[in-house]
Write a protein that binds this ligand. Sequence first.
Ligand code: S3P
Length: 173
Amino acid sequence: MILVLIGYMASGKSTIGRILAKKLDYDFIDLDDFIEEKEKMAVSSVFKTKGEIYFRKIESQYLKEIISEKANIVLSLGGGTPCYNSNMDVILNANNVKSVYLKASIKTLIDRLKNEKSKRPLVAHIETDEVLTEFIGKHLFERGQYYNQASKVVSTDDKAETVIIDELLFELF
Ligand code: S3P
């Protein structure tokens, strides 16, 4: 089985994914790390030198490659992955995949992203908390229609990692 974790930037996909994989004795793959390894370049450099359209193209290709070739993994996606090309259909139509949306409130996301902007090309240029709040609010609203198609939705606000993991395991098995 492949467990796919979906959610906005800084929603905890990689942190939760790593712990979950260990618990299930699965391998863990972070799609951004996978892309960086394959392209031999940081995601922020791919955006800068080749542009977002190129990034979205390879992101879809690597997603398909992982889903068709791997088994027994927890796969954490990039925040935008489900929202481009036919990625969400690929996830929903694969019979070996279960998907979970790690849902975090705008406030939680802002508190985390404020301090983690630099590696994220979509928000790195935003200077004030006010503009960041407006950006995330709109962006999350647009992306919600994709995220909410996941097989399960788990709210993560104010929950310890262990609680989130227990809820995920309960929902999935
Ligand atoms: C993106 C999220 C990033 C990364 C890229 C684009 C997005 O991943 O894939 O910067 O469109 O939301 P994280 O969600 O791991 O930050």
